[in-house]
Design a binder for this molecule. Structure first.
Ligand SMILES: CC(C)=CCC/C(C)=C/CC/C(C)=C/CC/C(C)=C/COP(=O)(O)OP(=O)(O)O
Length: 388
C-alpha cells in the first residue's frame, strides 16, 4: 500500500514504554499520571497484556504490506448452495445482502454509517459485523446457557474453515469472500472467540492488565478487523501500526465505556468488570457495587475510570485522519457518540447502578455534521470525501 511508512514496519518499536523496575517487575507507563498511576499494570514476570496485544497489531499491520494474499481461496459454493437451497442469482451478492439485513436490523446507527462507504467496503464491514454479532450471541444470546467450551471450539473450527474458503453458510460465505480480498488476519477473530471463553469462566478482573486483555478480546479485535477493510488514505504518511493502534484504542475505549455504563446491569448478573485492585484502593468492594449506592468514594473511583476511557478515545482520535476519506465520517460519528456516554454518566452524577447513560436524539443529530467537519481533515481532499 502506498504511503505506508515501511521503515517503521521493518524496525517495529512498541508504543508502550517499559521501564525496568527492581525485582524484575515491569510497569507500563502508558497511563502514568495522577489517578491513573495506580492503575498501571505491574506484571511479573510474564508479558503484560499490552505487549501481547501489540504483537497482534504488528502482525496485522505487516499483512498490509503484502501486495497479494498468497492463499488461494476457492469458495465452496456447491456446499453453500445445498445448505441454503439457493439455485440461482448472484450468490455472493445474496450472501452480502443478508449480512446487510442483519446489520440494518440490529445496529441501525452503525448501518447508516456504513452507507457512507464504498459499496465494496460497506458489504465487507457488514460481513465482519455479522460474524462478531453471531460470536457474541453464542455467550449473550438466547442459547447462551447451553454454550460450552466445546461449542466454541466448533465455532473456531468453522472460522478456520471459512478463512480457507470452506464456508458453512451464507453469512460465512460473505466473510470468506471478504477475508480473501482484504488483508485481514485470522488472529483477531480467534481472539474474539477467546474473549467468549474468558467470559464463560471469569467474572472478576484482578487488575487493569486483566481487564485490558478482556477488552481487547471482545472489542479491540473489532478495530483490528475493521481497518484493513476501511482502508488507509493512500496519501497517509503515518505508519500502519500507528493506525492499528488507534483502531485498537477505539475498540478498548468503546468497551471500557460500555462497562462503565452497564455496571448496575452487569452486577445484577453477578459480574463486575472493574479492576478489583483499583476498587480496593478506592475503599470499595463488590458488595458496594451490589448495594448500588452512589457515595463519594464511588464518584472518585468513577472519575478515574472515566478519565482512563477518555485517554483511549484520545489515542483513537489520532488515527482517524489516516483512514480512507469515506471511512472517516462514520468512524468519527461513532467515536463521538460513544464518548458522549461518558459525559452522560457524569451528568447522572455517576449513578450507573440505576440509570442507563445514553445520548439523546438531538445530541446524536448534532454530532453528525461535527463528525463530517472532522472527517474533512486528513491527507485526502474534500472532493475525495464526498466521492469515495
Ligand atoms: C480509529 C481508527 C483508526 C479506526 C476505527 C476502527 C474501528 C471501527 C473501531 C471500532 C471498534 C468497535 C466498534 C468495537 C466494538 C465496541 C463495543 C463495545 C460495541 C458495543 O456493542 P453493543 O453491545 O451492541 O453496544 P450497545 O450496547 O451500546 O448497543
Amino acid at each position: 500500500m502506498s504511503g505506508v511508512n515501511a521503515n517503521s514496519l521493518l524496525s517495529p518499536k512498541p508504543r508502550i514504554r517499559i521501564s525496568s523496575k527492581p525485582f524484575g517487575s515491569r510497569r507500563l507507563s502508558f497511563f502514568s499520571d495522577g489517578v491513573l498511576a495506580s492503575s498501571a499494570a505491574v506484571v511479573n514476570p510474564s508479558r503484560s497484556s499490552e505487549e501481547r496485544v501489540y504483537e497482534v497489531v504488528l502482525k496485522q499491520a505487516a499483512l498490509v504490506r503484502e501486495p497479494k494474499r498468497d492463499i488461494q481461496r476457492a469458495l465452496d459454493w456447491e456446499k453453500t448452495i445445498q445448505n441454503e437451497g439457493i439455485t440461482d442469482g448472484n450468490l455472493l451478492s445474496e450472501a452480502y445482502s443478508r449480512c446487510g439485513e442483519v446489520c440494518a436490523e440490529y445496529a441501525k446507527t452503525f448501518y447508516l454509517g456504513t452507507q457512507l462507504m464504498t459499496p465494496e467496503r460497506r458489504r465487507a464491514v457488514w460481513a465482519i459485523y455479522v460474524w462478531c454479532r453471531r460470536t457474541d450471541e453464542l455467550v449473550d444470546g438466547p442459547n447462551a446457557s447451553h454454550i460450552t467450551p466445546k461449542a466454541l471450539e466448533r465455532w473456531e473450527k468453522r472460522l478456520t474453515d471459512l478463512f480457507e474458503g470452506r464456508p458453512y453458510d451464507m453469512y460465512d460465505a460473505a466473510l470468506s469472500d471478504t477475508v480473501s480480498k482484504y488483508p485481514v488476519d485470522i488472529q483477531p477473530f480467534k481472539d474474539m472467540i477467546e474473549g467468549m471463553r474468558l467470559d464463560l469462566r471469569k467474572s472478576r478482573y484482578e487488575n487493569f492488565d486483566e481487564l485490558y486483555l478482556y477488552c481487547y478480546y471482545v472489542a479491540g479485535t473489532v478495530g483490528l478487523m475493521s481497518v484493513p477493510v476501511m482502508g488507509l488514505a493512500p496519501e497517509s504518511k503515518a505508519s500502519v501500526e500507528s493506525v492499528y493502534n488507534a483502531a485498537l484504542a477505539l475498540g478498548l475505549a468503546n468497551q471500557l465505556t460500555n462497562i462503565l455504563r452497564d455496571v448496575g446491569e452487569d452486577a445484577r448478573r453477578g459480574r463486575v468488570y472493574l479492576p478489583q485492585d483499583e476498587l480496593a484502593q478506592a475503599g470499595l468492594c463488590d458488595d458496594d457495587i451490589f448495594r448500588g449506592k452512589v457515595t463519594d468514594k464511588w464518584r472518585f473511583f468513577m472519575k478515574g475510570q472515566i478519565k482512563r476511557a477518555r485517554r483511549f478515545f484520545d489515542e483513537a482520535e489520532k488515527g482517524v485522519a489516516e483512514l480512507s476519506a469515506a471511512s472517516r465520517w462514520p468512524v468519527w460519528a461513532s467515536l463521538m457518540l460513544y464518548k458522549q456516554i461518558l459525559d452522560s454518566i457524569e451528568a447522572n452524577d455517576y449513578d450507573n447502578f440505576t440509570k442507563r447513560a445514553y445520548v439523546g436524539k438531538a445530541k446524536k443529530l448534532l454530532s453528525l455534521p461535527i463528525a463530517f467537519g472532522r472527517a474533512m481533515v486528513g491527507p485526502s481532499s474534500f472532493k475525495d470525501l464526498v466521492t469515495r
